[in-house]
Each structure stands twice: as C-alpha cells, then as structure tokens.
Design a protein around this ligand. Structure first.
Ligand SMILES: [Zn+2]
Length: 229
C-alpha cells in the first residue's frame, strides 16, 4: 500500500553572511534568477545550514543521498521570514547549494540572496545582528523508515527515542520529494514540526495520528482533525 508523503519542517541554523568570498561568481549565480542583471551592492548573501546527517533531537536523520537530493532541489526556492505559523513573507531566493563536510558530519549549505530594498532593511539587520539565527526547511518525503526494523514507522510499533537493546530508535527520512521553502525564524521558536497548509503538529503526536489512521493518512492534516484541537 502506498502511503501519503509526509510534509515536514526541520530546523537549521544561519552560518554566515557572504561566507564565500567569490564576489563575481556569486553575482553571476544570483543573476541566473534575476530578470535584469543585479550589481553586487543591490543584494546581500547569507549562507544557511539547512539540515544534516546526524540524529537530531527529534530522533530523525537524513541519509547522505537524501541530503544530495535536497541540495539539488533548493536553488530557486524562496526564503521566508516566518513570524508565526500563519504569517510569513518571502524575503529572498536560494541561488546555489552544496554539501558541507566536516569529518562524518554532512550538511546542506545553500546561499540565499536578499535584495537591499527598504522593506528588507530590518530583516537584513536582524540577521546580521544575530537576532534571527535559526532557520527551518519545509519539505516532503515518502517514508519515515524505522532504524530498528527498517519498516515504515507508521506500520511498526517502535517508538523514536526509546532504546531497543543498544540502539535508540530514530527514523530515517527516505524519498525526499519536494523542498517547499526555507524560513528564517526568531531564535527559540518551535523547531521540527509536521506541517501542512501552514498547520503543524509536534512530531510525536503526528506520528501517533499517522499510525492510528494510516489507511487514510491524508487525515493527518485535514481540517477535521484540526477542528478537534
Ligand atoms: Zn520499527
């Protein structure tokens, strides 16, 4: 049986402003997305660390080949400023991405450009000043694979975060389908959540729901379920 894909939001971190010192190359890359050629003083470039191959605090993990898929899907996607779960404004565009390696640690590091418009002034200042330093990525994937038994977690009984013998159960996110957006969020916001149509459940409850209803998993993000909240 084919289950519905998960739509998911995952936190990351802002790692720098124009961290790659390659002026002309950056401008050329940005101009592949602009309708008229931009000069370097018309935009600012930020580098984000969107997601990585470690087990995160929500007990999920990307295998490296899925990170490659995400990195390939990111250029052209919007960067949003997310005030809360309902409201967000597009502030920039991802224009290139690469995998960043540090020993065993592999992460997706895209660059985004933000136009120096009057509307974006505060946004840029908040990033440069370190107030906005957390990011999140919205994406969908096909299968949350159980690290203990290898089955779809919605169809087995293992619980992420619980120990089985020497191993702590986590889920391996397989089959990335789409990168929806990247967001910059104020520090200390909610972290990883399942989202759909701007609505989110904490991971553990979303998994419970999906298990209960996995024959019709689209109900995970239906209005009916949300009406019960
Ligand atoms: Zn399992």
């Amino acid at each position: 049986m084919e289950l519905e894909p998960f739509v998911f939001q995952h936190e990351g971190v802002l790692v720098g402003a124009r961290s790659r010192d390659d002026g002309d190359a950056a401008t050329d890359a940005v101009n592949r997305f602009a309708l008229r050629p931009l000069s370097p003083d018309e935009f600012v470039v930020f580098t984000l660390d969107l997601c990585h191959n470690g087990v995160d605090r929500h007990f999920s993990r990307f295998p490296e080949d899925e990170l490659e898929t995400i990195s390939a899907l990111v250029p052209g996607r919007p960067l949003m400023e997310r005030h809360d779960l309902r409201g967000s404004l597009p502030r920039g565009t991802f224009f290139r991405s690469e995998l960043h390696r540090q020993g065993e640690h592999v992460s997706v590091r895209p660059d985004v450009y933000v136009l120096r418009t009057r509307d974006n002034e505060d946004f840029i200042l908040n990033i440069e000043g370190g107030v906005y330093r957390e990011t999140s990525i919205g994406f969908s994937f096909r299968t949350p694979e159980c690290s203990v038994c290898g089955r779809d977690l919605r169809t087995c009984d293992h619980v992420p975060g619980r120990s089985y013998g020497d191993a702590v159960c986590h889920y391996v996110m397989r089959g990335v389908l789409e990168v929806i957006e990247g967001s910059v969020v104020p520090s200390g916001s909610q972290g990883t959540r399942f989202v759909a149509q701007d609505r989110a459940l904490p991971v553990d409850r979303a998994l419970d729901r999906a298990r209960q209803e996995f024959r019709k998993p689209i109900a995970l993000w239906s209005d009916r379920l949300w009406a019960e909240e």
